[in-house]
Ligand binder design. Structure first.
Ligand SMILES: [Zn+2]
Length: 340
């Protein structure tokens, strides 16, 4: 039996059952006297259910999530919504304008939560976001990408001690889950304080659209909504593959300065001692192999061939049941066009 839908009020905007509304949350003006605001869309279903927040670009150069949100909002399956979806595709609008991860004062918005009314620029935006958006939600998915010049294999980061969040992580349905304790100042931390489980989706590279990362992200959001009974169960007949939790992960660092030629792709399995790439100088003749220090799956890599000694080259995750992980990762790569 479906529950009766309720109106929801966000930032003074009332959205009734079976309605959706787009509005802006003003955060001030640019010094050009141009108004600036965070765009929001609230979609309220025809019957009652949970309130889910999906948000992206807390880091202003991380664009795959922006496209995930856009596609979710235009998806035909959203017409079956129960409950409420709050969609915020560009949280750090100032960062987006500057095509930068950071706010104009170089602060990281994802270290400014929960913020305060009289705090720094980031603290004020964080406070507004918590008061007007996060506190109205019951669950949240925060969409991120790798840093500039770095790609992440689609993965969920979650603090597994939070059981509800751990369930959302499994429901999302990408092969890899990283246990990531809460960081001070993060949106996940603010959610934790309010008892709102939040998972972080990390996929692709900053300032790029990556079709696999976006498609897997849209599917993941849909999976979570189905798990929360916000959408009817899917009749695909296929069972969702399991997600595996990494035991730990670390970066392989450059043993020398030079030009790095990577030999692997995201999702590849490595054994200890495998050559993962070569570093050479521009004139050649000084090739240095880069070796995997332990066995695992490649979950992140640099895309920039110019490296200095000590720089992060490849991110490798260790797993208990690596054969199973490899199988599921290979199926995932095939499903999403084998781009990885
Ligand atoms: Zn990020």
């Amino acid at each position: 039996m479906s529950r009766r839908a309720h109106s929801i009020e966000i930032f003074g905007e009332v959205v009734g059952p079976s309605c959706h509304k787009t509005f802006n949350i003003p955060i001030g003006q640019l010094y050009t006297h141009t108004d600036i605001a965070i765009p929001v869309q609230v979609v309220n279903g025809k019957s009652g259910g949970p309130v889910l927040l999906i948000c992206a670009a807390i880091h202003g150069d991380e664009l795959n999530g922006v496209e995930v949100v856009r596609r979710v909002l235009s998806a035909p399956w959203l017409k079956n919504l129960r409950g409420t979806l709050i969609a915020v595709p560009m949280v750090n609008v100032l960062g987006i304008i500057q095509r930068s991860r950071y706010l104009p004062d170089r602060r990281d918005l994802n270290r400014c939560f929960p913020g305060s009314e009289k705090g720094s620029l980031g603290g004020r935006i964080a406070n507004l976001f918590v008061q007007e958006i996060l506190s109205k939600s019951q669950y949240a998915i925060d969409l991120h990408t790798g840093a500039i010049h770095r790609s992440n294999m689609p993965q969920i980061r979650v603090h597994l001690e939070n059981e509800q969040a751990a369930q959302l992580a499994q429901a999302f349905g990408v092969p890899l889950v990283i246990d990531a304790p809460i960081r001070d100042g993060s949106l996940r931390g603010a959610g934790d304080d309010l008892g709102i489980p939040i998972i972080t989706y990390e996929a692709g590279e900053a300032l790029r659209f990556d079709e696999s990362a976006i498609s897997a992200g849209v599917k993941g959001v849909r999976n979570v909504m189905t798990h929360l009974n916000m959408l009817p169960p899917r009749k695909t007949g296929k069972q969702k593959p399991p997600s595996f939790v990494a035991k730990s992960s670390s970066w392989v660092r450059a043993p020398a300065d030079g030009l790095f030629r990577i030999k692997l792709q995201l999702g590849d399995r490595v054994s200890r001692g495998d050559v993962v790439g070569i570093i050479d100088g521009p004139l050649g003749g000084s090739e240095i192999p880069v070796l995997a220090p332990f066995a695992g799956i490649v979950i992140g890599n640099t895309n920039l061939p110019l490296v200095n000694e000590g720089e992060a080259l490849l991110h490798i995750a260790r797993f208990e049941d690596i054969d199973d992980v490899e199988t599921v990762v290979d199926e995932f790569r095939q499903e999403f066009d084998g781009i990885y």
